[in-house]
Design a binder for this molecule. Structure first.
Ligand SMILES: NC(=O)c1ccc[n+]([C@@H]2O[C@H](COP(=O)([O-])OP(=O)(O)OC[C@H]3O[C@@H](n4cnc5c(N)ncnc54)[C@H](OP(=O)(O)O)[C@@H]3O)[C@@H](O)[C@H]2O)c1
Length: 347
């Protein structure tokens, strides 16, 4: 385990799917973690890790840099992961505020914080910033969809902030056994599986993403002012994702039906009305909208070379993951521990 006890990392968006893995892997790497969350009570339940601190944030509101500057000063922050991102306006949220204005206010505050430390004569290394974006930003028609359009606005504005030491990480579809927006173990139980389209995706294991991000936070910093595409190691269709996880979990073969996009869109309108418990039993953990389902059919592929080179990660394969899951919790824990320990040299 590496020890970076002096490095205090603010994880903005520490709850939800990816956030807790980021917090856990930062702790595993020896960082001190300050969790930026919008619901303290819910966060304390979800993030049951010793020694972490909490700060209340709301990116729908916090669009003024001074609010963030106070937080950076209060905790003496050395590094920031902005993991917040919303794909739709559920809960009356503004994508412009949550995905663009508030993160840019945070980054502006980071510039001011660096500046005032320099004036104060402190030999402070630049704040490290990791912005979690999405591969959807690379779609030629990304401006048609509010989610990648707003993520792109932030990526572009951050890329122009030349005083900052940032890395923009663009994950592909993220999965993790027993967690996440798609619970493949649950889907593998279904005798009939519906899927959308034949487009290629490169799903990335949530732990590969989280361990990779903690490595980007370790000194000496390898990558700076860079965009890294965090894609999984193989191009797959959705059908292949379901088939591989099912096979690894030892389930008998199923019937697969490709659903036309229009039907998928009607289905999402229905999904929006269903209770979360029922969605979970169907292997779906989050509410979707018509745009989200359309984006799922678009696919996204591309080289993960830069990501692996900068993080020196051993990429995690979906089939191997679910084979380890099928062996039981101890084997799966060892499987993840090996990823944490392995450093690969590239090039
Ligand atoms: N999941 C994927 O396949 C995928 C793929 C590519 C990129 N990404 C990106 O990865 C990041 C994490 O995604 P995820 O799947 O973990 O999403 P998620 O489960 O929906 O979590 C999003 C996080 O943002 C927080 N959040 C939402 N609105 C907020 C607000 N107004 N103020 C403060 N926090 C707010 C959520 O807090 P609450 O818990 O309080 O809601 C949660 O911590 C996002 O930036 C997303 O765009 C995800």
């Amino acid at each position: 385990m590496d020890h970076h006890s002096a490095q205090k990392i603010l994880v903005v968006g520490a709850t939800g799917f990816v956030g807790p893995s980021l917090v856990e892997e930062c702790l595993n790497a020896g960082f001190q973690v300050i969790c930026g969350v919008r619901n303290l009570k819910k966060a304390k339940k979800q993030l049951n890790f010793p020694g972490i601190k909490f700060v209340e944030v709301d990116l729908n509101i916090d669009t003024d840099p001074t609010v963030w500057l106070d937080r950076l000063r209060k905790f003496g922050i050395d590094g920031i992961i902005n993991n917040v991102g919303i794909a739709n306006p559920f809960g009356n949220q503004s994508l412009e505020n949550v995905n663009v204005r508030a993160p840019l206010a945070l980054f502006k505050a980071a510039e001011l914080y660096q500046e005032e430390n320099r004036r104060g004569g402190e030999e402070l290394e630049k704040l490290r910033i990791i912005q979690v974006s999405t591969t959807g930003v690379s779609w030629p028609d990304c401006d048609r969809f509010d989610y990648p359009r707003t993520k792109k606005m932030t990526d572009e504005a951050l890329s122009r902030m030349k005083n900052l030491n940032f890395v923009i990480v663009r994950p592909n579809i993220i999965y993790e056994p027993a967690r996440g927006h798609l619970v493949l173990e649950q889907i593998a139980r279904l005798p009939v599986i519906f899927y959308l389209g034949h487009a290629g995706i490169q799903p990335i294991h949530c732990r590969e993403l989280a361990i990779g991000i903690t490595r980007l936070l370790q000194k000496p910093y390898r990558a700076s002012q860079m965009i890294l595409q965090a894609s999984g190691p193989e191009v797959m269709t959705w059908k292949e994702v379901f088939r591989q996880s099912r096979e690894a979990l030892g389930r008998p073969s199923a019937f697969y039906f490709r659903v036309p996009l229009l039907l998928g869109q009607l289905f999402t309108l229905l999904i929006q009305q269903l209770p979360d418990k029922l969605l979970y039993s169907l292997g779906i953990l989050s509410k979707m909208d018509v745009d989200t389902i359309t984006m799922m059919t678009k696919g996204s592929t591309g080289s993960n070379h830069g990501w692996l080179e900068q993080t020196r990660l051993h990429p995690i394969r979906l089939l191997e993951t679910y084979k380890a899951v099928a062996q039981g919790p101890e084997d799966y824990a060892q499987f993840l521990e090996k990823i944490r320990r392995d450093y690969i040299t590239y090039g």
